[in-house]
Write a protein that binds this ligand. Structure first.
Ligand SMILES: [Ca+2]
Ligand SMILES: [Ca+2]
Length: 246
């Protein structure tokens, strides 16, 4: 009786772990696409870092743009998703910027466009990234702030994922940045440095792909744990039966 009771208890944690793993699948599949290695059409890029992630809880794609160290100020962000057309009207949400000075802002400047423009003083003309773009369009163009120095290092914003139906983390490819207030090497904008008067057009592709666990691996792990728990329980019952026969 003790043996049977013990067997049931030893199998329960295994089952619980396996079930927890299976239940965690949608959360674990959440990954971030990161861009931090840039090529300029001139000699030097700003230290841009862009991360893009699919937020299942809010049904949005969340964008974070920063310059760290702060050696330039973003003005436009261009995104290519290959041969894709937006599936609904993109709507901006969760827009914020840091420092939260007045005069910032984010606008959707273009969608599925062949234009290299992102508003006054803003374009990526002459930037020729060596990446195939089957439809020759930027799927999304964002305008960040105003022309001239806004004093803004970072932007957060989101768009509804209904506008990008069918897109997963692995589909994010080329992006380009137009920036102003580019600083000389080794200097930053943190004190509003007046020497930071350059401009930049740069492009990047994602770093090492998105950090997404392969769901199939987790399913196999869960099934493996289930089988292990069942095997342990059967062995326990078998041993208990043998003991009873002796
Ligand atoms: Ca495209
Ligand atoms: Ca397109």
């Amino acid at each position: 009786m003790n043996a049977n009771g013990g067997g049931t208890q030893s199998g329960a944690p295994g089952l619980a772990i396996a079930l927890a793993l299976l239940l965690c699948l949608p959360v674990a599949a959440h990954g971030l696409v990161t861009y931090n290695d840039w090529t300029s059409n001139d000699s030097q890029s700003g230290s841009y870092i862009v991360t893009i992630g699919h937020n299942l809880a809010t049904s949005t794609w969340d964008f974070f743009f920063t310059v760290d160290p702060w050696d330039a100020e973003g003005l436009g962000l261009f995104i290519d998703l290959g041969n894709f057309d937006l599936t609904d009207t993109p709507l901006l949400s969760n827009v914020s910027w840091d420092p939260s000075v007045t005069g910032g802002g984010v606008e959707i400047w273009g969608t599925d466009t062949t234009s290299n423009k992102c508003g006054k003083g803003c374009n990526v003309n002459g930037l020729s990234p060596p990446v195939a773009d089957p439809d020759g369009e930027w799927e999304l163009v964002f305008r960040l702030g105003e022309q001239g120095f806004d004093g803004i290092q970072s932007y957060n914003f989101s768009i509804n994922d209904g506008a990008l139906s069918g897109i997963s983390e692995s589909d994010w490819g080329l992006i380009a940045v137009r920036a102003q207030q580019l600083c000389p090497p080794g200097t930053t904008l943190s004190d509003g440095d007046s020497n930071c008067g350059g401009s930049d057009k740069s492009y990047a592709t994602p770093e090492d792909g998105p950090e997404v666990p392969v769901p199939g691996t987790l399913v196999l792990m869960g099934l493996g744990l289930l089988l292990l728990a069942r095997g342990q329980r059967k062995a326990f019952v078998r041993n208990a039966a043998r003991s009873a026969l002796r």
